[in-house]
Structures are given as C-alpha cells and as structure tokens.
Design a protein around this ligand. Structure first.
Ligand SMILES: C[S@@+](CC[C@H](N)C(=O)[O-])C[C@H]1O[C@@H](n2cnc3c(N)ncnc32)[C@H](O)[C@@H]1O
Length: 267
C-alpha cells in the first residue's frame, strides 16, 4: 500500500524533523484539553490502545497521565518507529497498519479504551480501519476519535498569513490525498463500522486562547505540507506564511480552528 499526502517520504530526515516539531506542538497545544475530555468520560482507568502513534509524542503524554496503566501504540510506518526516542516505561509502540492488517492476536479483546487521534484522515480506507477495531475490541469498549474538518476553519479576513495558511492546508490535503474534511462525517463512519455514537463535540480553538502557540502550530503545519507536498506549496507561499505568522497578528479574534471529537461504543 502506498501512502499519500503528508504521510509520504517518511524516510526523509528533514520531513521527519518537521513531523517531530509539528507533533510536539500539537500535543502541547491540544493534549491537556483532550486529557480532560478523556477523564470526563472515565477513559483512563485501564490500559489504552492508541492507533497511529507516529513518533510517540502524544502517546508519551497520555502515558504520563495514566501512569498505573499500559498504553500500547500501533503504528503503520516502520520509518517512524525506527526514529522514536525513549518512551515512558508504560508505553510501547508496535508496527501494525490497522485495517490492512488485523490487530495482533494478543491485543484482541483486551482494551476498553482505544484512542485514534488524527489518523483516519491519513488512511486511504478509514472505514476498514474502524471495522477492524470493531472486530477486535471487546463488547462495551469505546473508541475516542479526534479529527478536524477544514470546512469549519474561520477567518475574519484581516490576517493574510492565516488565510494563506488555510488555503495551503486545503489545497495540499485535497490534492495530496489527505481527507481534511473527515471530521463532520465521523458519526456516519463509526455507525457504519458497527459502533454506537455516545458523544460528538467540537472544541473551537482560536488565536485568543494562546496566540503564540496557535500560530506556531500552524506554521509547523505549513512547513510540513511544504516539505512533504512541494508540488502544492510554492517556496514563496511558504516564506509568506512562515514570516507572516511570526509577526504580531491583529488584535482580537481573527482565526478559529475546530477540533472534532467523538466517543463511540461497541455494543
Ligand atoms: C498525524 S499522525 C498522528 C500521530 C498521533 N496519533 C498524534 O496524534 O500525535 C498519523 C499517524 O497515523 C499513522 N497511520 C495512518 N494509518 C494507520 C493505520 N491504518 N494503522 C496504524 N497507523 C496508521 C501514520 O503512519 C501516522 O504516523
């Protein structure tokens, strides 16, 4: 199977470094709110299965929040697994492209909580991935999905670097093969895979929450898109966004990013 969009060229050192910067910022910016969400749903009271671990930034953070339990990651890319640095003692990552491959036998029927964060948009067959999970998780277990949908990005048109970043995101994802509009379709997808939706919410983040981190995060996204899909992002566009986002944005609300979250149960 060939990967598309930003999941290409993972053997390239520059791209792996850009991934590392992006994943670290994404975990720092969104991780605390997501842990609150998981705790609210009492999801961290046992071992956790994580699908799509990449370099382990998020899984390491999660493992730190539930130190009494094991976090097991399944990651499709052997290149990313090879690059992982030290992980917490209660976290390990194994190679498995869930969907194209079944869940390893030893993990079947074992986890009550499964976290799938920013993975479905990168997989060419997200329904098959979810069906594989449905097949392998125990009855009563829950999946926790985190995604986005660029139809819900908002701008007031007063901050050109943000608008350019969003335009690059939409174009590079659409033509590069990443489904950046999967968020609103999550309920249909999980129902088709056999799960019952229990909660579906959108957490709106904006430049008002934490302007520096908000725009640093988007700068790292555009850098990753520029490096991994250069056919859709010119050097000039990258320079414009990258330098623009480093300068002070206009006062007030000018950029909104939706994080879409869904909880579903295997009946
Ligand atoms: C954007 S990263 C997200 C990493 C991590 N979940 C996080 O939130 O920081 C997506 C990862 O999912 C992996 N992936 C995509 N499809 C997968 C599948 N079917 N099984 C396992 N990993 C998959 C990719 O290789 C990539 O490392």
């Amino acid at each position: 199977m060939t990967d598309s969009g930003v999941i290409r060229r993972l053997h390239d050192n520059d791209i792996q470094s850009a991934w590392a910067r992006f994943l670290e910022l994404q975990t720092t910016f969104f991780g605390p709110g997501e842990v609150q969400w998981l705790q609210h749903h009492q999801a961290l009271r046992g071992d956790v299965l994580e699908i799509g671990s990449a370099l382990g930034h998020y899984g390491s953070y999660l493992a730190g929040q539930c130190a009494a339990h094991q976090v097991v990651g399944l990651e499709a890319s052997a290149d990313l697994i090879a690059r992982q640095s030290s992980l917490p003692g209660n976290y390990r990552i194994e190679q498995c492209r869930v969907g194209a491959q079944p869940l390893p036998e030893r993990h079947r029927g074992r986890f009550d909580t499964c976290v799938v964060r920013y993975v479905l948009q990168h997989d060419p067959a997200p329904l098959r991935l979810l069906q594989t999970l449905h097949d392998a998780l125990p009855v009563g277990s829950r999946i926790f999905l985190v995604e986005e949908d660029d139809r819900l990005f908002v701008s007031n048109g007063r901050y050109a670097p943000w608008d350019a970043a969003v335009a690059i995101w939409k174009r590079a994802c659409r033509f590069g093969g990443t489904n950046s509009q999967i968020g609103m379709d999550l309920p249909i997808l999980v129902e088709r895979a056999g799960f019952a939706v229990e909660d579906f919410s959108i957490d709106l983040r904006s430049n008002i929450d934490n302007p520096v981190m908000f725009f640093d995060f988007f700068k790292s996204v555009v850098e990753l898109l520029w490096l991994s899909t250069p056919e859709f992002v010119s050097d000039e566009e990258f320079a414009f966004v990258s330098m623009g986002l480093e300068q002070a944005p206009p006062l007030g609300l000018c950029a909104v990013y939706p994080q879409i979250r869904l909880v579903a149960r295997k009946r």
